[in-house]
Design a protein around this ligand. Structure first.
Ligand SMILES: [Zn+2]
Ligand SMILES: [Zn+2]
Length: 208
């Protein structure tokens, strides 16, 4: 896999211009609290309908929610590994890879570019809701909140890892692994919200 980002510039506080159009450039910046709030509000509404408009027992619904969370962590890992870090071997792939993720590796401390713009997030939540409903019917009302809670956690952890110093507890591993992914070996530690899939699929950072 081709290395992306500037491994030699771990303290880069700069910001990149992705679009020459000033409106698109402004829209490409999002405060992290916006998508997190959006996902948690939609999760609450979805859960409310799951509990009031269906006959699904809450204990079973809760298991579906946990499943949604678990599925999200897997997709988080796969998207980061195979889509965000795709081989930039054609001009289109190269542009896409840079706009989606390469820019974050170049400017990891640019906090306005750690999430998609709100209308993009809202659009794919609508698509996810539709796809989950087609696949599993009313259970989607529990699955979607689990998935979105996973998503919100991922965004929150990713923001915290770049914005704050690591805590002196077990969560420190999240800071350590993501720093290795950015500044040492971009081919390891693709999981941001947890090292679970890196552990299961053999991409944990190598021990010195
Ligand atoms: Zn990456
Ligand atoms: Zn990062």
């Amino acid at each position: 896999m081709k290395k992306i980002g500037r491994l030699d510039r771990p303290d880069n506080f700069g910001s990149a211009k992705i679009f020459s159009n000033p409106i698109l450039e402004r829209i490409s910046r999002t405060h992290i609290s916006i998508p997190i709030t959006l996902f948690l509000v939609i999760s609450s509404v979805s859960l409310y309908f799951g509990m009031t408009a269906t006959s699904i027992p809450f204990s079973f619904g809760f298991a579906i929610l946990v499943l949604g969370l678990f599925v999200f962590t897997f997709l988080e890992y796969m998207m980061h590994k195979h889509f965000f870090h795709m081989e930039p071997n054609t001009p289109i792939r190269s542009k896409l890879q840079y706009g989606i993720h390469g820019v974050h590796h170049d400017y990891p401390k640019d906090k306005d570019r750690l999430a998609m713009p709100p209308f993009v997030s809202a659009a794919y939540v609508a698509v996810l809701h539709l796809v989950f409903t087609l696949l599993i019917g009313d259970y989607a009302l529990y699955f979607l909140p689990g998935f979105l809670i996973g998503y919100a956690t991922y965004l929150g952890v990713h923001y915290a890892v770049h914005a704050y110093n690591p805590p002196e507890n077990i969560l420190k591993i999240l800071w350590k692994n993501h720093a290795i992914h950015h500044y040492k070996d971009p081919d390891t530690a693709f999981g941001v919200s947890s090292p679970l899939w890196d552990y299961l699929l053999g991409t944990l950072p190598k021990k010195e």
